[in-house]
Ligand binder design. Structure first.
Ligand code: HEM
Length: 130
């Protein structure tokens, strides 16, 4: 339940931050950070809510080191990518190595999620909590 609860919590917090950034962009007519807004909402809110709901639907899939590694890589990658993307857009290219590292983390986390989803859905009793 740890992974599910924390994905859901981070998901709603991301929505709050992403939407606030959207309001700020509109109010200031400054759209430079538009990709950051989109990615906070889509990687943060949409993806993390889906991860959280998946682990609710398949509780057994949320146990063990694999979902924990998925969670840590997703959150760390997200928390590093958002500020580094913002700095890149603000013409601070020194963050490029950080940005690349966070992208590798995020793709790695999705690879783990692919394995987790396949393992969960290939079990005969996947619709139950077993
Ligand atoms: C309070 C809620 C929100 C506000 C005020 C808001 C505001 C904005 C603004 C001002 C833009 C730029 C439009 C332009 O450049 O013409 C934008 C773009 C965008 N928003 Fe939002 N938004 C909100 C919620 C969301 C949510 C919930 C999502 C996704 C789940 C989302 C995804 C996007 C995407 C994908 C773009 C286009 C980004 C791009 O072209 O680079 N937004 N939003």
């Amino acid at each position: 339940m740890f992974v599910s609860n924390n994905f859901l919590r981070l998901g709603v917090l991301s929505a709050l931050v992403g939407m606030s950034l959207g309001v700020w962009m509109g109010a200031n007519e400054d759209f430079v950070l538009r990709p950051v807004h989109a990615h906070i909402n889509l990687l943060g809110f949409a993806s993390m809510m889906l991860f959280g709901l998946f682990y609710r639907a398949f509780p057994a899939a949320g146990r063990g080191w694999l979902p924990m590694a998925h969670f840590i890589l997703s959150v760390l990658g997200f928390l590093i990518l958002m500020p580094s993307l913002a700095l890149m857009l603000l013409q601070k290219p020194f963050v490029l190595p950080l940005m690349i590292a966070s992208e590798i983390m995020l793709v790695g986390s999705m690879l783990l999620f692919v394995i987790i989803v396949f393992m969960a859905t290939m079990k005969k009793d996947y619709a139950t909590t077993a």
